[in-house]
Design a protein around this ligand. Structure first.
Ligand SMILES: Cc1cc2nc3c(=O)[nH]c(=O)nc-3n(C[C@H](O)[C@H](O)[C@H](O)COP(=O)(O)OP(=O)(O)OC[C@H]3O[C@@H](n4cnc5c(N)ncnc54)[C@H](O)[C@@H]3O)c2cc1C
Length: 580
């Protein structure tokens, strides 16, 4: 199990125990939809005497919310049919849509029609950060007699609490939050605040991609055992620009693939027109890429130089930046969704349609189905796995399950780019409801795919600067990584222990530098990892600027040696997204 002893598992600390009926971990759209619907169920069934809590590691709900995003409103309409009248923060409804296959900085062609997966006409473009703030505010307005609802931002769940069942099996009993005010050596500071033990009859884990607690659940319960594929991911970065009035209409949508990706990986761009003369411009790269120097941030900077894109941003200025992993495994990577004492929802359960680059509606639908099952458990007092098992059954049989099933092989088909053979199989999958020859197509963990520099570039000893050429950062249009990171508003108390754990020693990182050129120093969208030679010209350790970390989790996923574990820092630290 992951050792978090420098953070919270300390025998010298008295911890408060708080009892909840239901505890949600993570204040993303999946869990907020679940909490909102649960309150509907509680009200409809006139249940009383309940305490419900939600913890979120961001200082405020929304601070760590990061997405594209065009929202498929299916789940939101089920949750709140009059969302537009209730002040939902839509950035604009999708009107004009363009899909491009780019071939070079000046080349490419626009599809004469919008391919099926990219059809978003009439859907809202959103800032996920603004959207979840709105959801939290709507939840806070609710007053239900006999029901206490606590939204608790600023608290990181650091460990799962376990109970032993009489048959020797283990049951989730809640979550412990991280201590605050701890020095790097583990000693307490004057502002020390112990983490609490939050006990609950049901805990809903909606931590987003690569959850730290979900990792512990997997280690103890083996939730992935029956899935065809492991959990797999993309990573995406985006910049928000303010541009001259009238340049990009709210609701404008452009997607592209192809250039500047050159390493046979899958990925692509998105450009979304927002309200207030703002535009989101982003880039995603699939993390199973073999290229040790794959870098979504660099791809985004190159993409901005394309002749279709550069004029959109001309005369504008960068106002926010962020990065995050995105779960893309879908149907074949779904873990067990219900287990004794707990449920998994959203990206934490790979509920994303990689073909459409959309997970918000699928995670929210997970929340809705989870809430119905929890409501039933609260009403009957039956919290057994069989009772909570109503949730996966309802989800898998719903439109969300169908959508995931029909795109179950998409990522595997395009994993090495949009080749003609991939295009043929995509067409077949569309016609057959997801079947392609070889179904189910297998994938492996993303970290396993990274090649050595010698094998990928045909020459040993190359370093990233030898291959990353062609972008002239000027700080105005083409933004160096660290300047971008500044725009994420990221902040951590620098006295605390580093939350990025090197598990098998620096020697592993040094060996990786020699053979694979230290991919972490490249893929990290916040330049957290650096390798510097000492006075003897030898690289001996990895340097970690953890205070820059935007909590994207890519290092935990893609470190080729699996030598990094991302753990939640003390609550309140991290990015400060307001427009992402
Ligand atoms: C670049 C990019 C573009 C995307 N574009 C789109 C799009 O256009 N449309 C679309 O539908 N989807 C899109 N997605 C996917 C979408 O953002 C996700 O599917 C969705 O956000 C998942 O919601 P969630 O609630 O499951 O998780 P998240 O949104 O990740 O929320 C999880 C929350 O839990 C908190 N948390 C995590 N661990 C802990 C802990 N231990 N303790 C306390 N709090 C914790 C986090 O801080 C976070 O606030 C995109 C994703 C990316 C990265």
């Amino acid at each position: 199990m992951i050792d978090v002893s420098t953070q919270s598992a300390r025998p010298d600390v008295d911890r408060e125990e708080l009892e909840f009926d239901v505890l949600f971990v993570g204040g993303g759209p999946s869990n907020l939809a679940a909490l909102w619907r649960l309150l509907d169920v509680i009200e409809a069934r006139k249940l009383e005497g309940l305490t419900i809590g939600l913890i979120e590691k961001g200082d405020e709900i929304g601070d760590h919310a990061f997405s594209g995003a065009v929202l498929d409103p299916s789940a939101l309409e089920e949750l709140c049919p009059d969302y537009l009248e209730r002040g939902f923060p839509s950035e604009g409804l999708v009107g004009e849509e363009e899909v491009w296959l780019l071939t070079s900085e000046r080349g490419g062609f626009k599809f004469p029609f919008t391919p099926p997966y990219f059809r978003n006409h009439g859907h809202p473009v959103v800032s996920l950060s603004r959207m979840v703030r709105w959801m939290a505010a709507e939840i806070e307005k609710r007053e239900i007699p006999g029901v206490d609802v606590m939204l608790l931002p600023g608290f990181s769940g650091i460990q799962v609490l376990w109970e032993d069942a009489p048959d020797g099996s283990r049951r989730v009993a809640g979550v412990q939050t991280a201590d605050k005010g701890v020095n790097a050596d583990g000693t307490k500071r004057a502002n020390f605040e112990p983490g609490n033990r939050l006990r609950a009859k049901v805990t809903v884990f909606g931590e987003g991609p690569r959850g730290h607690l979900a990792r512990e659940l997997e280690e103890v319960l083996g939730l992935q055992a029956e899935a065809v594929n492991p959990q797999v991911y993309e990573m995406g970065v985006k910049e928000i620009w303010e541009v001259p009035e009238g340049r990009v209409s709210p609701g404008f949508v452009l997607h592209s693939t192809g250039w500047p990706l050159e390493g046979g990986e899958s990925g692509g761009s998105f450009v979304y027109g927002l309200s207030g003369n703002r535009v989101a411009v982003g880039y995603d790269i699939s993390l199973d890429t073999a290229d040790p120097f794959a870098d979504a941030h660099l791809a985004l900077q190159k993409f901005k130089t394309h002749i279709r894109i550069a004029p959109l941003l001309e005369g504008g200025k960068l106002v926010q930046y962020g990065g995050k992993a995105l779960a893309i495994g879908g149907w074949h990577s779904l873990p067990r969704l219900a287990f004794p004492g707990g449920l998994l929802v959203g990206d934490a359960a790979q509920m994303v349609n990689a073909a459409r680059l959309k997970g918000i509606h699928l995670g929210m639908k997970g929340g809705l189905c989870a809430a119905e099952a929890i409501g039933e458990a609260l009403a009957t007092g039956d919290f057994s796995e069989a009772s909570l098992g109503r949730y996966p059954k309802a989800y898998l049989e719903s439109w969300a399950g169908r959508e995931l099933r029909e795109t179950r092989n998409f990522h595997q088909v395009v994993a090495h780019g949009l080749t003609p053979w991939a295009g043929l199989r995509l067409g077949l999958g569309l016609l057959s409801g997801g079947w392609v020859p070889g179904d189910p197509l297998k994938s492996e963990v993303d970290a396993a795919g990274t090649e050595t520099v010698e094998r990928f570039y045909g020459k040993a000893g190359l370093k990233r600067d030898d291959v990353a050429t062609g972008v002239k950062f000027d700080g105005e249009k083409l933004i160096p990584k660290l300047d971008d990171v500044y725009q994420s508003g990221v902040m951590h108390d620098e006295h605390q222990p580093c939350h990025l754990k090197i598990v098998n020693g620096d020697e592993v990182c040094v060996a990786c530098w020699e053979t694979k050129g230290s991919p972490c120093t490249v893929f990290c969208p916040a330049q957290v990892y650096e390798m510097h030679p000492d006075e003897q010209g030898k690289v001996r350790k990895v340097e970690i600027a953890f205070s820059n970390c935007v909590h994207c989790k890519t290092c935990d996923i893609k470190c080729p040696e699996q030598n990094v574990i991302w753990t939640p820092p003390e609550g309140g630290g991290g990015p400060k997204y307001t427009l992402c």
